[in-house]
Write a protein that binds this ligand. Sequence first.
Ligand code: B12
Length: 216
Amino acid sequence: MSKEELLKRMERAIVEGNKEEAAALAGEAIKENIDLNEVIEKGYVPGIQKVGDLWEKGEYFLPELITGAECMAAAMAILQPELEKSQIMRKSSGKVVIGTVEGDIHDIGKSLVASMLTANGFEVIDLGADVKLEQFIEKATSENADFICLSALLTTTMVGQKRIIEILKEKNLSDRFIVLVGGAPVNQKWADDIGANGYAENAMTAVKTAKKLIEA
Ligand code: B12
């Protein structure tokens, strides 16, 4: 199977909610030695984006959305150990505490950012979704992290990103961590307005931004 064909089939597996196929294709990509960053960004991500579009158009309903999310997780469960293996002997690029903020259970995009950072040599502590604001700061402090990465997919939970930056200021910890924000409703203007150190619109640019900021 050509790479292009494999990527198309990955996208289709997510759109059709075929968990076994999504996982099997991930295994195939590993066997064929295909760049896993490309597999995620050009195969699986377009699939879940299409699921989102179909939901917004009213053609897909909640069960399809959840199945799409489960397919992504099934594929990532196969890819993750390989992504970690590929960076074992490398010096860490920096330590990251990442999670989706309190009140928000969306975790697909956050997990992709975590995976890509891991694959690119960062040491990642993933706190999951619906994470209490204080927990980000406690973990980042106890782990002596370089980055706090905050995901928010709801306009109502974006304010959690703002609040964390305020708490860091109150605790005189602003200079200690690099704060990166992201998620579908987030943009550069929001990041600038709340005083975040960086914003990225997808997992690949998140890696580039993190590298640029830690080298600065
Ligand atoms: C899948 C999905 C769900 C799934 C989530 C499953 C899961 N395990 O994550 C389920 C069905 C559970 C769900 C629930 C809800 N959802 Co929903 N959901 C979506 C959907 C369709 C796709 C999100 C997604 O996974 N996209 C794919 C990933 C790859 O993209 P991403 O998350 O944007 O992440 C990328 C970038 O943003 C960036 N990024 C992400 N995080 C970070 C962090 C950092 C630091 C950086 C640098 C970058 C970065 O990189 C990622 C990878 O490239 C979106 C629609 C959309 N277009 O976004 C709605 C959407 C986000 N949901 C929405 C809503 C309203 C809800 C519910 C409230 C629905 C309800 N009435 O119950 C609940 C929320 C409950 C809660 N408290 O959280 C709305 C939000 C509206 C708003 N503006 O606030 C949206 C926009 C749909 C819509 N148009 O109405 N949802």
